[in-house]
Write a protein that binds this ligand. Structure first.
Ligand code: BGC
Length: 358
Protein backbone atom coordinates (compact mmCIF):
# COMPACT_ATOMS: atom_id res chain seq x y z
CA UNK A 1 0.00 0.00 0.00
CA UNK A 2 1.00 3.65 -0.32
CA UNK A 3 2.08 5.61 2.76
CA UNK A 4 3.37 9.11 3.40
CA UNK A 5 6.65 8.84 5.30
CA UNK A 6 9.52 10.86 6.72
CA UNK A 7 12.94 10.03 8.08
CA UNK A 8 12.64 11.52 11.56
CA UNK A 9 15.18 14.27 12.30
CA UNK A 10 15.97 14.67 8.59
CA UNK A 11 14.39 17.90 7.30
CA UNK A 12 12.43 17.65 4.06
CA UNK A 13 12.69 13.86 3.85
CA UNK A 14 8.96 13.44 3.16
CA UNK A 15 8.16 10.79 0.59
CA UNK A 16 5.22 8.70 -0.61
CA UNK A 17 6.41 5.09 -0.64
CA UNK A 18 5.12 1.54 -1.00
CA UNK A 19 5.03 -0.37 2.25
CA UNK A 20 3.57 -3.83 2.99
CA UNK A 21 -0.16 -3.88 3.81
CA UNK A 22 -0.55 -4.23 7.58
CA UNK A 23 -1.53 -7.76 8.65
CA UNK A 24 -4.53 -8.11 10.96
CA UNK A 25 -4.59 -10.59 13.82
CA UNK A 26 -7.71 -11.18 15.93
CA UNK A 27 -9.15 -9.21 17.65
CA UNK A 28 -7.54 -6.38 15.67
CA UNK A 29 -9.48 -4.31 13.18
CA UNK A 30 -8.23 -3.27 9.74
CA UNK A 31 -9.24 0.28 8.84
CA UNK A 32 -9.23 1.98 5.44
CA UNK A 33 -8.16 5.59 5.96
CA UNK A 34 -10.51 8.17 4.44
CA UNK A 35 -8.68 11.33 5.46
CA UNK A 36 -6.01 12.64 7.81
CA UNK A 37 -5.73 16.11 9.31
CA UNK A 38 -2.53 18.15 9.25
CA UNK A 39 -1.28 20.07 12.30
CA UNK A 40 1.74 21.83 13.79
CA UNK A 41 3.13 18.54 15.08
CA UNK A 42 3.26 17.14 11.51
CA UNK A 43 5.02 20.34 10.42
CA UNK A 44 7.54 19.98 13.27
CA UNK A 45 8.24 16.35 12.30
CA UNK A 46 8.67 17.39 8.65
CA UNK A 47 11.13 20.10 9.77
CA UNK A 48 13.17 17.39 11.54
CA UNK A 49 12.51 18.79 15.05
CA UNK A 50 10.36 15.98 16.40
CA UNK A 51 9.30 12.40 15.70
CA UNK A 52 10.74 8.92 16.11
CA UNK A 53 10.48 5.85 13.84
CA UNK A 54 9.18 2.52 15.17
CA UNK A 55 11.94 0.19 16.41
CA UNK A 56 13.64 -1.51 13.46
CA UNK A 57 12.45 1.02 10.84
CA UNK A 58 14.32 4.07 9.58
CA UNK A 59 11.12 5.85 8.50
CA UNK A 60 7.88 6.93 10.15
CA UNK A 61 4.46 6.87 8.50
CA UNK A 62 3.09 10.31 9.38
CA UNK A 63 -0.39 11.22 10.55
CA UNK A 64 -2.24 11.26 13.86
CA UNK A 65 -5.46 13.18 13.13
CA UNK A 66 -7.50 10.50 11.40
CA UNK A 67 -10.82 9.23 10.10
CA UNK A 68 -11.53 5.92 8.41
CA UNK A 69 -13.88 3.00 7.84
CA UNK A 70 -13.56 -0.56 9.14
CA UNK A 71 -12.49 -2.86 6.27
CA UNK A 72 -12.07 -6.14 8.19
CA UNK A 73 -12.87 -7.18 11.73
CA UNK A 74 -13.07 -10.44 13.61
CA UNK A 75 -15.13 -11.02 16.74
CA UNK A 76 -14.43 -8.04 19.01
CA UNK A 77 -15.81 -6.69 22.30
CA UNK A 78 -16.37 -3.24 20.81
CA UNK A 79 -18.76 -4.77 18.25
CA UNK A 80 -16.93 -3.07 15.36
CA UNK A 81 -17.81 -4.43 11.94
CA UNK A 82 -16.96 -3.64 8.30
CA UNK A 83 -18.53 -0.36 7.22
CA UNK A 84 -18.35 1.29 10.66
CA UNK A 85 -16.70 4.71 10.71
CA UNK A 86 -13.90 5.08 13.26
CA UNK A 87 -11.31 7.48 14.64
CA UNK A 88 -8.25 6.05 16.35
CA UNK A 89 -6.71 7.46 19.52
CA UNK A 90 -3.01 8.32 19.24
CA UNK A 91 -1.06 7.33 22.35
CA UNK A 92 -0.19 3.77 23.43
CA UNK A 93 1.01 2.73 26.88
CA UNK A 94 4.54 2.06 28.07
CA UNK A 95 5.03 -1.25 29.80
CA UNK A 96 6.07 0.02 33.20
CA UNK A 97 4.41 3.11 34.67
CA UNK A 98 1.41 3.11 36.99
CA UNK A 99 -0.55 5.59 34.86
CA UNK A 100 -0.21 3.49 31.70
CA UNK A 101 -1.15 0.37 33.69
CA UNK A 102 -4.36 2.18 34.65
CA UNK A 103 -5.15 3.20 31.06
CA UNK A 104 -3.99 6.80 31.66
CA UNK A 105 -1.49 6.79 28.79
CA UNK A 106 -1.95 10.53 28.40
CA UNK A 107 -0.29 10.81 31.86
CA UNK A 108 2.53 8.32 31.10
CA UNK A 109 5.21 9.03 33.69
CA UNK A 110 8.09 7.01 32.21
CA UNK A 111 8.15 8.97 28.94
CA UNK A 112 8.30 5.62 27.12
CA UNK A 113 4.80 5.85 25.63
CA UNK A 114 4.44 5.65 21.86
CA UNK A 115 2.22 7.80 19.64
CA UNK A 116 0.92 6.81 16.21
CA UNK A 117 2.44 8.99 13.50
CA UNK A 118 4.62 10.82 16.03
CA UNK A 119 6.75 8.71 18.35
CA UNK A 120 7.83 5.10 17.81
CA UNK A 121 4.67 3.92 15.98
CA UNK A 122 3.46 4.33 12.40
CA UNK A 123 0.60 6.75 11.77
CA UNK A 124 -2.47 7.06 9.63
CA UNK A 125 -1.30 8.70 6.39
CA UNK A 126 -1.51 5.35 4.63
CA UNK A 127 -4.18 3.43 2.76
CA UNK A 128 -4.77 1.11 5.72
CA UNK A 129 -3.88 0.59 9.35
CA UNK A 130 -4.54 -2.12 11.88
CA UNK A 131 -5.48 -1.40 15.49
CA UNK A 132 -6.87 -3.01 18.65
CA UNK A 133 -10.58 -2.27 19.00
CA UNK A 134 -10.01 -0.68 22.43
CA UNK A 135 -8.26 2.27 20.75
CA UNK A 136 -10.96 2.88 18.13
CA UNK A 137 -13.84 5.29 18.65
CA UNK A 138 -16.99 4.52 16.66
CA UNK A 139 -18.34 7.52 14.75
CA UNK A 140 -22.05 7.97 14.00
CA UNK A 141 -22.49 8.25 10.19
CA UNK A 142 -24.01 11.74 10.49
CA UNK A 143 -20.66 13.00 11.84
CA UNK A 144 -18.54 11.53 9.04
CA UNK A 145 -17.77 14.89 7.42
CA UNK A 146 -16.33 16.46 10.58
CA UNK A 147 -14.96 13.39 12.41
CA UNK A 148 -11.38 14.14 11.31
CA UNK A 149 -11.60 17.02 13.83
CA UNK A 150 -12.11 14.58 16.70
CA UNK A 151 -8.45 14.03 17.59
CA UNK A 152 -7.65 17.76 18.03
CA UNK A 153 -11.01 18.12 19.82
CA UNK A 154 -9.97 15.40 22.28
CA UNK A 155 -6.98 17.55 23.28
CA UNK A 156 -9.31 20.42 24.16
CA UNK A 157 -11.86 18.15 25.87
CA UNK A 158 -9.08 16.93 28.16
CA UNK A 159 -7.93 20.47 28.98
CA UNK A 160 -11.46 21.63 29.85
CA UNK A 161 -12.31 18.42 31.74
CA UNK A 162 -9.19 18.77 33.86
CA UNK A 163 -9.80 22.46 34.57
CA UNK A 164 -13.18 21.50 36.06
CA UNK A 165 -11.72 18.46 37.86
CA UNK A 166 -8.99 20.61 39.47
CA UNK A 167 -11.57 23.17 40.55
CA UNK A 168 -13.59 20.59 42.43
CA UNK A 169 -11.36 21.83 45.29
CA UNK A 170 -13.84 24.76 45.64
CA UNK A 171 -17.27 25.95 44.56
CA UNK A 172 -16.52 27.02 41.00
CA UNK A 173 -19.04 28.32 38.52
CA UNK A 174 -17.05 29.91 35.71
CA UNK A 175 -18.96 32.48 33.67
CA UNK A 176 -16.39 33.68 31.19
CA UNK A 177 -13.72 31.98 29.11
CA UNK A 178 -10.99 33.39 26.93
CA UNK A 179 -9.24 31.39 24.23
CA UNK A 180 -5.89 32.73 23.07
CA UNK A 181 -5.30 31.81 19.41
CA UNK A 182 -7.71 31.14 16.54
CA UNK A 183 -6.06 28.07 15.01
CA UNK A 184 -8.02 24.81 14.87
CA UNK A 185 -7.35 24.02 18.56
CA UNK A 186 -8.38 27.51 19.68
CA UNK A 187 -11.55 27.44 17.59
CA UNK A 188 -12.48 23.96 18.80
CA UNK A 189 -11.94 25.17 22.38
CA UNK A 190 -14.24 28.12 21.68
CA UNK A 191 -16.90 25.76 20.30
CA UNK A 192 -16.81 23.52 23.39
CA UNK A 193 -16.77 26.39 25.89
CA UNK A 194 -19.61 28.25 24.19
CA UNK A 195 -21.58 24.97 24.07
CA UNK A 196 -21.11 24.70 27.86
CA UNK A 197 -22.82 28.06 28.17
CA UNK A 198 -19.76 30.16 29.03
CA UNK A 199 -19.47 33.68 27.65
CA UNK A 200 -16.55 32.88 25.34
CA UNK A 201 -14.01 35.16 23.69
CA UNK A 202 -11.33 34.25 21.17
CA UNK A 203 -8.36 36.63 20.94
CA UNK A 204 -5.94 36.35 18.03
CA UNK A 205 -3.94 38.39 15.54
CA UNK A 206 -6.15 37.84 12.47
CA UNK A 207 -8.34 40.74 11.34
CA UNK A 208 -12.00 40.69 12.38
CA UNK A 209 -12.93 39.90 8.75
CA UNK A 210 -10.68 36.81 8.60
CA UNK A 211 -12.42 33.41 8.15
CA UNK A 212 -11.01 32.39 11.57
CA UNK A 213 -12.82 35.30 13.22
CA UNK A 214 -15.99 34.40 11.35
CA UNK A 215 -15.64 30.77 12.38
CA UNK A 216 -15.25 31.80 16.04
CA UNK A 217 -18.47 33.80 15.83
CA UNK A 218 -20.45 31.08 14.10
CA UNK A 219 -19.34 28.70 16.90
CA UNK A 220 -20.84 31.06 19.50
CA UNK A 221 -17.78 33.05 20.61
CA UNK A 222 -16.93 36.75 20.36
CA UNK A 223 -13.76 37.55 18.44
CA UNK A 224 -11.15 40.11 19.53
CA UNK A 225 -8.41 41.18 17.14
CA UNK A 226 -5.13 41.63 19.03
CA UNK A 227 -4.01 44.21 16.49
CA UNK A 228 -6.74 46.54 17.82
CA UNK A 229 -6.23 45.87 21.51
CA UNK A 230 -3.12 45.01 23.53
CA UNK A 231 -2.91 41.87 25.65
CA UNK A 232 -2.64 43.95 28.84
CA UNK A 233 -5.78 45.94 27.96
CA UNK A 234 -7.81 42.83 27.20
CA UNK A 235 -9.24 42.28 30.74
CA UNK A 236 -10.14 45.99 30.94
CA UNK A 237 -12.32 45.55 27.88
CA UNK A 238 -13.93 42.15 28.53
CA UNK A 239 -13.39 41.59 32.28
CA UNK A 240 -11.17 38.97 33.91
CA UNK A 241 -11.71 35.44 32.55
CA UNK A 242 -12.39 32.49 34.88
CA UNK A 243 -10.83 30.09 32.39
CA UNK A 244 -8.16 30.79 29.79
CA UNK A 245 -7.13 28.25 27.16
CA UNK A 246 -3.77 29.10 25.61
CA UNK A 247 -3.49 27.77 22.05
CA UNK A 248 -1.37 30.33 20.19
CA UNK A 249 1.85 28.32 19.96
CA UNK A 250 3.70 31.35 21.45
CA UNK A 251 5.15 30.88 24.91
CA UNK A 252 5.30 34.64 25.62
CA UNK A 253 1.49 34.77 25.61
CA UNK A 254 1.46 32.34 28.54
CA UNK A 255 2.89 34.95 30.93
CA UNK A 256 0.46 37.64 29.82
CA UNK A 257 -2.39 35.16 30.27
CA UNK A 258 -1.26 34.42 33.85
CA UNK A 259 -1.84 38.06 34.71
CA UNK A 260 -5.38 38.23 33.34
CA UNK A 261 -7.11 35.58 35.40
CA UNK A 262 -10.10 36.32 37.65
CA UNK A 263 -9.77 35.26 41.31
CA UNK A 264 -9.80 31.41 41.43
CA UNK A 265 -9.15 31.42 37.68
CA UNK A 266 -7.53 28.64 35.69
CA UNK A 267 -5.10 28.84 32.81
CA UNK A 268 -4.75 25.70 30.69
CA UNK A 269 -1.73 25.51 28.37
CA UNK A 270 -2.15 23.45 25.20
CA UNK A 271 0.60 24.70 22.86
CA UNK A 272 3.61 22.47 22.26
CA UNK A 273 6.22 25.19 21.60
CA UNK A 274 9.23 23.63 19.95
CA UNK A 275 11.48 26.72 20.03
CA UNK A 276 14.08 27.97 22.51
CA UNK A 277 12.87 31.51 23.32
CA UNK A 278 14.27 33.22 26.44
CA UNK A 279 12.56 36.40 27.67
CA UNK A 280 12.53 38.59 30.75
CA UNK A 281 9.14 38.56 32.56
CA UNK A 282 7.85 40.52 35.61
CA UNK A 283 8.23 37.52 37.89
CA UNK A 284 7.37 39.23 41.22
CA UNK A 285 4.13 40.61 39.82
CA UNK A 286 3.20 37.32 38.19
CA UNK A 287 3.95 35.33 41.33
CA UNK A 288 2.00 37.73 43.53
CA UNK A 289 -1.00 37.62 41.16
CA UNK A 290 -1.01 33.85 41.12
CA UNK A 291 -0.74 33.58 44.91
CA UNK A 292 -3.24 36.28 45.87
CA UNK A 293 -5.85 34.99 43.41
CA UNK A 294 -5.50 31.26 44.10
CA UNK A 295 -4.78 30.81 40.39
CA UNK A 296 -4.11 27.51 38.69
CA UNK A 297 -1.81 27.16 35.69
CA UNK A 298 -1.50 23.71 34.17
CA UNK A 299 -0.22 22.07 31.01
CA UNK A 300 -2.12 19.35 29.20
CA UNK A 301 -1.12 16.97 26.41
CA UNK A 302 -2.84 14.18 24.51
CA UNK A 303 -6.16 12.76 25.73
CA UNK A 304 -7.89 9.76 27.29
CA UNK A 305 -10.34 7.74 25.16
CA UNK A 306 -13.17 9.23 27.27
CA UNK A 307 -12.25 12.66 25.86
CA UNK A 308 -12.74 11.32 22.32
CA UNK A 309 -16.15 9.96 23.39
CA UNK A 310 -17.10 13.30 24.95
CA UNK A 311 -16.00 14.94 21.69
CA UNK A 312 -18.46 12.77 19.75
CA UNK A 313 -21.29 13.81 22.12
CA UNK A 314 -20.33 17.48 21.84
CA UNK A 315 -20.12 17.28 18.02
CA UNK A 316 -23.68 15.92 18.02
CA UNK A 317 -25.03 18.76 20.14
CA UNK A 318 -23.02 21.49 18.37
CA UNK A 319 -24.25 20.18 15.01
CA UNK A 320 -27.83 20.46 16.27
CA UNK A 321 -27.39 23.94 17.71
CA UNK A 322 -25.14 25.36 14.97
CA UNK A 323 -25.47 23.19 11.86
CA UNK A 324 -22.42 23.38 9.59
CA UNK A 325 -20.34 25.58 11.94
CA UNK A 326 -17.72 22.87 12.65
CA UNK A 327 -17.50 21.95 8.98
CA UNK A 328 -16.31 25.52 8.28
CA UNK A 329 -13.05 24.72 10.08
CA UNK A 330 -12.16 22.23 7.32
CA UNK A 331 -11.07 24.82 4.80
CA UNK A 332 -8.64 22.94 2.54
CA UNK A 333 -8.99 19.38 1.22
CA UNK A 334 -5.93 18.14 -0.67
CA UNK A 335 -5.78 14.85 -2.58
CA UNK A 336 -3.04 13.19 -0.56
CA UNK A 337 -0.60 13.02 -3.51
CA UNK A 338 -0.56 16.84 -3.23
CA UNK A 339 0.96 16.80 0.27
CA UNK A 340 3.76 19.08 -1.05
CA UNK A 341 1.27 21.97 -1.16
CA UNK A 342 1.20 21.98 2.67
CA UNK A 343 4.54 20.70 3.99
CA UNK A 344 7.22 23.39 3.92
CA UNK A 345 4.78 25.93 2.42
CA UNK A 346 3.22 29.14 3.66
CA UNK A 347 -0.24 28.02 4.66
CA UNK A 348 -3.64 29.65 4.66
CA UNK A 349 -7.09 28.59 5.79
CA UNK A 350 -7.88 26.85 9.06
CA UNK A 351 -7.57 23.04 8.85
CA UNK A 352 -6.09 21.22 5.87
CA UNK A 353 -6.85 17.53 5.36
CA UNK A 354 -5.25 14.97 3.08
CA UNK A 355 -7.99 13.03 1.31
CA UNK A 356 -6.75 9.44 1.15
CA UNK A 357 -9.76 7.44 -0.05
CA UNK A 358 -13.52 7.85 -0.45
C1 BGC B 1 -1.14 15.42 19.28
C2 BGC B 1 -1.16 14.68 20.59
C3 BGC B 1 0.25 14.36 21.02
C4 BGC B 1 1.10 15.63 21.03
C5 BGC B 1 2.53 15.40 21.49
C6 BGC B 1 -0.21 16.61 19.35
O1 BGC B 1 -0.16 17.21 18.09
O2 BGC B 1 -2.45 15.87 18.96
O3 BGC B 1 -1.93 13.50 20.46
O4 BGC B 1 0.23 13.78 22.30
O5 BGC B 1 1.09 16.20 19.76
O6 BGC B 1 3.24 14.49 20.68
Amino acid sequence: MKALTVKPHVKDSIQMRDVPDPARRNPEVKVRVIRAGLCGTDADIYEGNYGEPPPGDDFLILGHENFGVVEEAGQNDAGLKPGDFVVSTVRRPCSKCLNCQHGEMDFCSSGEYTERGIKGRHGFMAEYYVESPQYLIKIPPELQDIAVLLEPTSIVEKGIDHAYLIQRRITWQPQMALVMGAGPVGLLAAALLAARGLRTFVASLEAATDPRAEAAQSLGAQYLCLKDISLTDLPKQIGAPDLVIEATGKSSVVFAAMQMLAPNGVLCLLSVTGGSAIRPEPTDVINQDLVLRNSVVFGSVNAHPRHFKKGVEDFESIEKARPGALQKLLTTRLPWEEYGKWFGQKRSGIKTTLEISR
